[in-house]
Design a protein around this ligand. Structure first.
Ligand code: ATP
Ligand code: MG
Length: 428
């Protein structure tokens, strides 16, 4: 019996989920400033939504899909990425309608599933935070979306990320380049890995993306796609470079970068960091002007990116960035004996309803153990409740750091704890 989690998955426990929450919060706040709104799509889709749009010959579709036939014999796949589902939804919900403000800017956060060989920063269920902007051809859209990711990294305190930039041009430019690449690679076929020999036949640009050492050597001398851009493509690329410079965002042009998905054209980019001498992409994206039409929507340019949450957290950890996630508790109630169990319950509920975070003892523990818990939880205030306090209707409310204390009537706590809390935590 297998009673452990499946290979390549993770439990996110409270000590980590606070970091996830922080990351999600900063992302939401950043995206909101660019007028992005959240979209939530299903965790699974019809196989066809992913297969042709992401590309029938890509690793994602040929090797990594979690697909199955459901009880109604429909071919279903867990989503391996976010863009195709969002485009599907954009068209299905007619967000292209004239009354919807353009560009339509959407973001998502959630699980993605790929059947990969698990290793550091590579999981079978992983999480992406991604954005998609529909309806703007303006290179300023490319650049401000890249800038938004850059700003997010800055806010989080990540250093040493390099922006890698390339252009795939429009379909016409890419066709010309494709032929030039075939002409270059065909005589060198024997030096390529088995996978890349297949790629050369099916999708030669994919060879540039290979992680095999031998392939990397071969492609070093490959022609550059930038030499095959037509005027329109060249102009778009030049403007993107110029606008990045205007915003002082450093970048390197990386002509061998092609991305693992087929739907891109013009601008593509990756933010790469180095961990233990290996390069790791934390965020990747680009322009996909044909994708909405592919889903039978009207001609609509698109631009987006996805960042890998696990990789981002890994880098924060490696770089020793401390996220501001320390938990504090407003009040800990020390409960002395079972006789005050009900009074303690009434008290904590009253304080919580007044908006304070409150914990108490439930286990009839010794005084010392309860005070220790108060420290562990970083409680700001400790209230001690026993039989005599109940009888006299008076409790001691104490600041757990300064030890400053005050005797208060129980019913006063239940009526207006806020002023007592303020007095004790901010001094008078
Ligand atoms: P790679 O070349 O590393 O396989 P990819 O091109 O397949 O990446 P994308 O599909 O562009 O990746 O996904 C965007 C981001 O999502 C990646 O840059 C990475 O941060 C993250 N990511 C992709 N696959 C995984 C995975 N299996 N586990 C964890 N994070 C992932
Ligand atoms: Mg991959």
């Amino acid at each position: 019996m297998k009673l452990q989690k499946p290979k390549g998955t993770q439990d996110i426990l409270p000590k980590d989920s606070v970091k996830w929450q922080y990351l999600e919060k900063v992302s939401r706040e950043t995206f909101q400033n660019y007028r992005y709104e959240e979209i939530r799509t299903p965790l699974f889709e019809h196989y066809e939504v992913i297969s042709r749009s992401v590309g029938d010959t890509t690793d994602i579709v040929t090797k990594e899909m979690y697909d199955f036939y459901d009880k109604g014999n429909r071919h279903i796949t867990l989503r391996p990425e976010g863009t195709a589902p969002v485009v599907r939804s954009y068209v299905e919900n007619k967000l292209f309608a004239p009354e919807v403000q353009k560009p339509v800017k959407l973001y998502y956060m959630g699980s993605m599933f790929r059947y990969e060989r698990p290793q550091a920063g590579r999981l079978r269920e992983f999480h992406q935070i991604g954005v998609e902007a529909f309806g703007s051809k303006n290179p300023a859209t490319d650049v401000e979306t890249i800038a938004m990711a850059y700003q997010l990294f800055e806010t989080l305190g990540i250093s040493d990320v390099t922006l890698h930039l390339n252009s795939l041009g429009n379909p016409e430019s890419r066709k010309n380049y494709r032929q030039a690449l075939i002409d270059y690679l065909t005589p060198l076929r024997d030096k390529l890995s088995k996978d890349s020999q297949r790629r050369l036949e099916e999708n030669p640009l994919r060879v540039l993306d290979s992680k095999e050492k031998d392939d990397k050597q071969v492609v070093e001398g490959a022609p550059s796609i930038l030499d095959y851009l037509d005027e329109e493509s060249q102009q778009h690329f030049d403007t993107v470079c110029q606008l990045l410079k205007a915003l002082n965002i450093p970048f390197v042009i990386d002509t061998n970068m092609v991305r693992g998905l087929d739907y891109y054209n013009h601008t593509i980019f990756e933010f790469i960091t180095t961990i233990d001498k290996t390069e790791l992409t934390i965020c990747a994206g680009g322009r996909y002007d044909g994708l909405v039409e592919y889903f039978n929507g009207p001609e609509t340019p698109g631009f987006g990116f996805a960042l890998g949450v696990e990789r981002l957290l890994m880098i924060l950890e490696k770089q020793g960035v401390n996220l501001p996630v320390t938990n504090v508790l407003d009040v800990y109630v020390v409960v002395l004996g079972d006789v005050v169990n009900e009074a303690a319950l009434t008290l904590v509920q009253s304080l919580r309803k007044q908006g304070f975070s409150v914990e108490r003892d439930y286990l009839d523990r010794k005084l010392k153990a309860q005070f220790k818990s108060a420290d562990t939880f970083n409680a700001k205030i400790v209230i001690t409740l026993g039989e005599s306090e109940l009888a006299s209707n008076k409790v001691v409310v104490k600041n757990n750091q300064t030890r400053q204390e005050k005797e208060v009537a129980l019913n006063e706590l239940e009526e207006n704890f806020a002023s007592i809390y303020k007095e004790l935590t901010q001094g008078k």
